[in-house]
Design a protein around this ligand. Structure first.
Ligand code: HEC
Length: 484
């Protein structure tokens, strides 16, 4: 009897031992979180003395290469998950030195899990330069013919801003929901390419966002040839936060961007912005609807009708897009921490008496009043109620003088020298139209206008020429139009 009991206990002990020794399966997010948390703990309790080997110790706790690289006598943090000098000094109490704050038990437990997970890497800093370098290392090992389809989304800025790791999981979740919202499918999640899971690679072919030849250029209201841009480019046009291509990796980045063949030179997007741009508080944004309609358009184009025509109404619902088109990405209304060229630039809709108005009836005459506090040049753009865009020509040239109001009227051969909206193009009784003024101290080029090849509800965009930040400022006059 006794022997049996002992044996049973022995087997139980063996089982417990084996399960506790086995490493739990972790998701990329969980492993990434361990790396991010461990970096923060080491930085907080050890960084002061172990920054860059400048103290009596050679250890630099934020230098992951060093942590896993130095082997003698015991590695600081081995990739094998075996002994770690950091953990042993923490355990025996020799580090941090007496009198210095010590990590909590929970924090030490995180470090232990991190070592057990084979010390996944973290960068010295979660900054733009690091993110760009991680991206370059990844893109350069991708076959050249596939590079035009690779795009990158980052959450490293959230770590740098001190966002806790549980929030990163939520951002990833939102990202996945946003991708589903803008593709009608449930696409495979983007792949993290760094150990700390802060930079994700997206193959736009898996989303159907890669089709070319869906847009055409529009000149004076007429089609003027295919314009090379795809669905992802539409997102780039709205991105407000493009990092400048500068620093020691600038040449490599420029080459990489050439390989990616994007409309705007933006190596990666912030994933939280990206998710909100497609799915805002659970609601599909107009941009998400447009992306989906481009997928349908691409499918139609590859399977044309026997007569070669497109007969489908691709309901992109441009009427949803009641806001000004995404010129804001290029010309922010107020550029933070930077004086705009015209601190007091205004554009108003005025009636024949000169009073500002916010509403007109169809066929009612109105003009625009432009005021600024410095001399400059301008172009005037328009967005009609159905989403169509155009360049509006005006009488009397495209200059204005400081503190002298310019009254703008359309370029016309005969009276009444005023704007009139003859009918609402959205087919409804009311709608909003926008005049968009781009002003600059120097001469300014009118943006290119493109539209998608949808039969009935094309997607329209302005494509401004790239300018120095702060060189161009915009003013918008919104006017509500009601049917007479
Ligand atoms: C107040 C300064 C200070 C803090 C805080 C501190 N250390 Fe140290 N540590 C030192 C100094 C100085 C040495 C060099 C050996 C010595 O003279 O004791 C050292 C040595 C070490 C060593 C041995 C490797 C070597 O280069 O000699 C390890 C490992 C170590 N520290 C880990 C840590 C860890 C992990 C933390 C944070 C939990 C930490 N230390 C916090 C000052 C500090």
């Amino acid at each position: 009897m006794k022997i049996v009991l002992v044996l049973a206990a022995g087997i139980a002990a063996l089982l417990v031992d084996r399960t506790s020794a086995a490493e739990p399966e972790r998701t990329r997010r969980q492993t990434g979180d361990l790396a991010i948390q461990s970096r923060a703990i080491l930085g907080k309790y050890c960084g002061e003395c172990h920054k860059d080997g400048s103290t009596r110790s050679a250890l630099a706790v934020l230098d992951h290469k060093q942590l896993v690289g130095l082997q003698s006598p015991i590695p600081f943090a081995a990739k094998t998950g075996a002994r770690s000098q950091i953990l042993e000094f923490l355990d025996d109490g020799s580090m941090p030195p007496a009198g210095h704050p010590r990590p909590t038990d929970a924090e030490i437990a995180v470090l232990k899990q991190w070592i057990a997970a084979k010390a996944p890497s973290f960068p010295k800093a979660f900054d733009t330069a690091t993110t760009q370098r991680t991206l370059l290392d990844d893109l350069e090992q991708i076959e050249e013919k596939n590079r035009p389809f690779m795009r990158y989304l980052s959450i490293a800025h959230l770590v740098a801003e001190g966002t806790g790791t549980p929030a990163l999981k939520a951002v990833e979740f939102n990202l996945q929901r946003a991708l589903a919202a803008a593709t009608e499918a449930n696409p495979a999640p983007p792949v993290p390419i760094d150990d700390s899971a802060t930079l994700f690679r997206l193959d736009i072919r898996t989303l159907g966002w890669h089709a070319p030849d869906l847009f055409e250029k529009v000149v004076d209201g007429n089609e003027a040839g295919v314009f090379p841009m795809n669905a992802f480019d539409l997102i780039l046009l709205e991105y407000p936060d493009a990092a400048p291509i500068a620093g020691s990796d600038a040449a490599r980045l420029t080459r990489a961007l050439g390989d990616m063949k994007q409309l705007r030179p933006i190596p990666y997007l912030k994933a939280d912005w990206f998710a909100d741009a497609l799915l805002n508080k659970g609601v599909h944004t107009p941009l998400a609807e447009e992306l989906k309609s481009l997928i349908r358009l691409a499918e139609k184009k590859t399977k044309p009708r026997p007569d070669g025509k497109l007969n489908e109404d691709f309901a992109s619902r441009p009427s949803l897009r009641s806001a000004v088109p995404p010129l804001g990405a290029f010309y922010p209304k107020h550029v933070a921490a930077q004086a705009p060229p015209f601190p007091k630039l205004t554009l108003e809709v005025i009636d024949p008496k000169g009073d500002a108005i916010a509403l007109v009836e169809t066929e009612e005459a109105f003009r625009l009043k432009l005021t600024a506090d410095a001399d400059g040049h301008f172009v005037l753009l328009m967005r009609w109620s159905n989403g169509e865009l155009g360049v509006q020509k005006v009488e009397g040239g495209y200059k204005f003088k400081a503190d002298k109001a310019r009254i703008l009227s359309p370029q016309k051969k005969e009276a009444p020298f005023a704007f009139q909206i003859s009918g609402l193009l959205n087919g409804k009784d009311k709608g909003n139209e926008y005049f968009i003024l781009l002003a600059s101290p120097g001469e300014i080029a009118a943006p290119t206008i493109v539209r998608s090849a949808h039969a009935k509800f094309p997607i329209w965009r302005f494509l401004p020429e790239p300018v120095e930040p702060g060189a161009v400022q915009r003013a918008v006059a919104e006017i509500a139009v009601v049917k007479k």
